[in-house]
Design a binder for this molecule. Structure first.
Ligand code: FAD
Length: 350
């Protein structure tokens, strides 16, 4: 058990003190770890993986923060083509994708390069390049804080949707301990559905290149577009995209796509406009200083980076300023993608 700040646990490097921090490195230690957790009257502790999708408040969190650092991949053959892969929650997602590609296992090759842990990936149904965690997820093992028991949740019970799930809606209620996927043993990846990926590979949409080739092309494309986390680079303090692609009505979709905005149907059939395009439309550009100490990254308007002595409050002020700008100019509401944790003035506590 250690005392330190949330800033040291998050990629934005923002956030005040934590009451206690417990790092769980061995799955067998879970039962012992929970005995030492001081909930301070809360229903559940804050759980973190690599802190790459959270904005931690300046006031911090009074209770316990559990950092999931458990690692391990086990694979069993289900039938001639399906392999069941169970992964500990703290395992880096990028390492799992690399392993799967090397094993010629298809189903998550487009997730290459997404920072963070496997346990956090179902929380916002992490996805990219036309693929998302829900495509391969079979079930999760969770600790249910209400009943104090382990539970197995089948994928259907997780309410996975575009960058959301039942976990994102009720943070902390369940802690994900391990995740089981069904991957397909195949020399060929799932069909490429995303135009920039098809262009990167130089193939038509619908093609099924070898799994490692697709994972490699995703990494190359992410590198070029500033979508990889370089912890030592000038854009190191970030959480990736700060806004979700907003849902739009058919009228808004027609209007904004005529103006050049990319609009797509998400996996639930909802029309969504490109948040990055809308930001650029209202004048945001890569490298722009949005407020004191908050800039758009050098390659994207949609990624905000923290600098100098900016606070979490200052960072969220920049988000509000940008979403207000877009709302006034286009009528479209932008909602933040990262999760706010800790004590926030007036409104949020976790
Ligand atoms: C450069 C960059 C690029 C990115 N690109 C993408 C992308 O392409 N697609 C995408 O979807 N996301 C992307 N992200 C966002 C982020 O990497 C993902 O959301 C990732 O899944 C977060 O993992 P994490 O371990 O850092 O989670 P954290 O930030 O530690 O936690 C995120 C949320 O999950 C909860 N949580 C974490 N672990 C658990 C657990 N074991 N049990 C229960 N709840 C838990 C936390 O309480 C919090 O609410 C990007 C971020 C960066 C910095």
């Amino acid at each position: 058990m250690a005392h330190c700040t949330l800033a040291s646990l998050t990629t934005l490097r923002l956030g005040g003190p934590a009451g206690h921090i417990i790092t769980v490195s061995d799955p067998a230690d879970w039962t012992d770890a929970i005995r030492t957790i001081d909930l301070r009257g809360e229903e559940a502790p804050v759980v973190l993986g690599h802190g790459s999708n959270v904005i931690a408040s300046d006031a911090g969190h009074l209770g316990t923060v559990v950092v999931m650092n458990t690692r391990g991949i086990t694979a069993t053959r289900v039938d001639r083509s399906t392999v069941e892969v169970t992964v500990q929650a703290g395992h880096p997602l990028s390492d799992l994708v690399r392993w799967a590609a090397a094993e010629d296992l298809a189903g998550m090759e487009c997730l290459a390069g997404i920072p963070g842990t496997v346990g956090a990936a179902p929380v916002q149904n992490a996805g990219a390049y036309g693929q998302q965690i829900s495509d391969a997820l079979d079930r999760l093992t969770v600790w249910d804080w209400k009943t104090g028991r382990l539970r197995t949740l089948p994928a259907e019970a997780c309410r996975l949707r575009h960058r959301g799930s039942r976990f994102k809606g009720s943070p902390g209620y369940w802690t994900i301990l391990n995740v089981t996927f069904h991957l397909i043993r195949a020399k060929r990846a799932a069909p490429v559905t995303y135009r920039p990926l098809a262009d990167e590979l130089g193939v038509p949409i619908g093609t099924r290149p070898p799994v490692p080739e697709v994972a490699g092309a995703v990494l190359a494309n992410r590198y070029r577009r500033g979508l990889l986390l370089d912890r030592n680079g000038p854009d190191a303090r970030q959480v990736g995209s700060v806004f979700l692609n907003p849902p739009v009505t058919a009228d808004q979709a027609a209007r904004w796509s005529a103006a050049g905005c990319p609009v797509h149907h998400d996996s639930d059939g909802q029309l969504r406009a490109s948040a990055g395009w809308l930001l650029e439309h209202v004048g945001c550009h890569p490298g722009e200083e949005v407020t004191d100490g908050v800039r758009c990254s050098n390659q994207r308007a949609l990624t905000l980076t923290a600098h100098s002595r900016v606070t979490a409050t200052g960072f969220t002020r920049a988000l509000t300023l940008l979403s207000d700008r877009v709302k006034t100019a286009t009528g479209v509401n932008l909602r933040p993608e990262p999760v706010a944790i800790g004590i926030w003035p007036d409104t949020t506590d976790g």
